[in-house]
Design a protein around this ligand. Structure first.
Ligand SMILES: [Zn+2]
Ligand SMILES: [Zn+2]
Length: 362
């Protein structure tokens, strides 16, 4: 079969012939790949950055945001059957730390987890993939157009879930974390796929969402936000809102902006970071004011990465709900679909209007 493979820590990425994987145990599922989303992680990998081949191999099949169709199941598989639409989880446990042993590899403490398409496990840019049933999530047929967005949605599901859990744990409110957002004011910084999918989940939970970015107000990102009932503010004009927020969700990965936004976090507010910032020169920040606010206003600031199985299931539910509520809107996040033979066009350069680029396999 064909697959897209990278020699890690080089820029050599090619369409190669690779042995088709086979079901080797009764708990495995074989999936025909339909679409794979491309994100910053993939582009970092193909530019010679973070990526590791499986032990004993020199190539890594890349891709981690997959939508596929089940073609074969092992004898003990119960939750999916041939022709089902599925997405597949990315991270696998280290099997040494307490978090992984409890089924929470997204909170791995050893750092020795593996990830399909990123760290020591082949990814999903291939005609077929095989995996254990426990990592396969069923998606309804109605999500055929948007389920490729499930993996990035899981990232925001976890960030928002954890933010809400922190709040209900420390405030005298309804203990159901899903209810905490009703009527709350939330600032989303950066309207790429993560910021827009976060806005989707926040709006579904009843929050008032203000999104900031640097793009013109009439461009696609603000229009998608507004179609979901959010409000767009051009960055640098966020002062103009004069507003304090109950929650800030950062999806820009720009340290200067991220620190500047702390001034808009309200009393008892929660600030969650999801953007992965690059190294850069040291930054002068008003550290005294920031630390004083954290203490005197009971604020929480935390980071979030990856997601667990519950977040994958919630992502599918929310994408389905969003499709019902704002028909055709979420699909607009997918700004291009490229046949896998032409993958270099997508990996090597990013179209400035791109939100989510998708590679088609079938
Ligand atoms: Zn990704
Ligand atoms: Zn672990």
């Amino acid at each position: 079969m064909k697959a897209i493979a990278l020699i890690p820590h080089t820029k050599t990425v090619q369409l190669i012939d690779f042995p088709e994987p086979k079901i080797e145990s009764p708990t495995q599922v074989k999936v025909k790949v339909l679409e794979v989303g491309v994100c910053g992680t993939d582009r970092e990998e193909v530019s010679g950055g973070r990526a590791d081949a499986p032990v004993g191999e020199n190539r890594l099949i890349i891709g981690h945001e997959v939508l596929g169709e089940v073609v074969q199941v092992g004898a003990n598989v119960k939750t999916v059957k041939p022709k089902d639409l599925v997405v597949i989880m990315v991270r696998r446990p280290c099997n040494e730390c307490p978090m992984c042993k409890m089924g929470c590899s997204d909170m791995c403490e050893s750092g020795n987890y593996t990830e399909r398409g990123i760290k020591q496990r082949h990814g999903f840019h291939a005609e077929f993939v095989v995996d254990e049933e426990k990592y396969i999530i069923l998606a309804p047929p109605t999500l055929k157009g948007t389920a490729v967005l499930t993996e990035p949605t899981t990232v925001v599901e976890k960030a928002i879930d954890h933010a809400c859990r922190l709040q209900v744990a420390r405030l005298p409110v309804d203990p159901d974390p899903k209810k905490w957002l009703v009527g709350k004011n939330v600032l989303v910084a950066g309207l790429g796929p993560i910021g827009l999918l976060a806005s989707m989940v926040l709006r579904l939970r009843g929050a008032q969402v203000v999104g900031i970015d640097i793009v013109p107000p009439e461009s696609l990102r603000p229009r998608i936000l507004e179609a979901m009932g959010g409000k767009y503010v051009v960055a640098k004009e966020e002062n103009a809102t004069g507003q304090k927020f109950d929650m800030i969700l950062e999806a820009a990965g720009i340290p200067k902006l991220d620190f500047a936004l702390t001034q808009f976090l309200g009393t008892n507010g929660v600030y969650v970071l999801t953007g992965v910032a690059a190294d850069g020169p040291p930054l002068a920040v008003e550290a005294g004011k920031m630390m004083r606010d954290l203490v005197l206003k009971n604020q929480v600031m935390f980071g979030s990465v990856n997601a667990g199985v519950a977040h994958f299931k919630q992502a599918v539910i929310d994408l389905e709900e969003a499709e019902k509520k704002w028909k055709g809107v979420i699909q607009q996040l997918i700004t291009s679909k490229t046949p896998h033979e032409e993958f270099q066009n997508v990996f090597q350069k990013r179209n400035p209007d791109e939100i989510k680029a998708v590679i088609e396999w079938t």
